[in-house]
Design a protein around this ligand. Structure first.
Ligand SMILES: [Zn+2]
Length: 103
């Protein structure tokens, strides 16, 4: 096994966090408080970063009103369509009635 001279670099600590390897890093962390603390820092996302991430990932605050607006618009369009269809069907029914009376 390779012996460490000094502390492992952040890249190796991050690798150890993900995979549990290499074993020599494992052995070093068991005996080095400084690197154990560095591991904790690497494991926990920075509060600023965590806040920024949750701000980016959170749904927009106006999402619900926008959804309602969209749904209302669709319902209104459907009502308009039904009204238009009614306007077209009515004369057709009247015409059919007139034609059948003539026969
Ligand atoms: Zn160390």
């Amino acid at each position: 096994m390779r012996r460490w001279i000094g502390h492992p670099q952040n890249r190796r600590l991050a690798e150890w966090l993900e995979t549990g390897l290499p074993a020599d890093v494992d052995a070093h962390i068991m005996t080095c408080n400084r690197c154990a603390a560095r591991i904790e820092d690497l494991a926990e996302p920075e509060p600023v970063l965590a806040r920024a991430l949750s701000a980016v990932l959170a749904p927009p605050t106006d999402l619900v009103p926008r959804l309602h607006h969209g749904i209302d618009g669709k319902l209104r369009n459907r009502a308009d369509l039904q009204f238009l269809a009614g306007l077209l069907v009515l004369p057709a029914d009247a015409a059919r009635l007139l034609l059948t009376e003539d026969e």
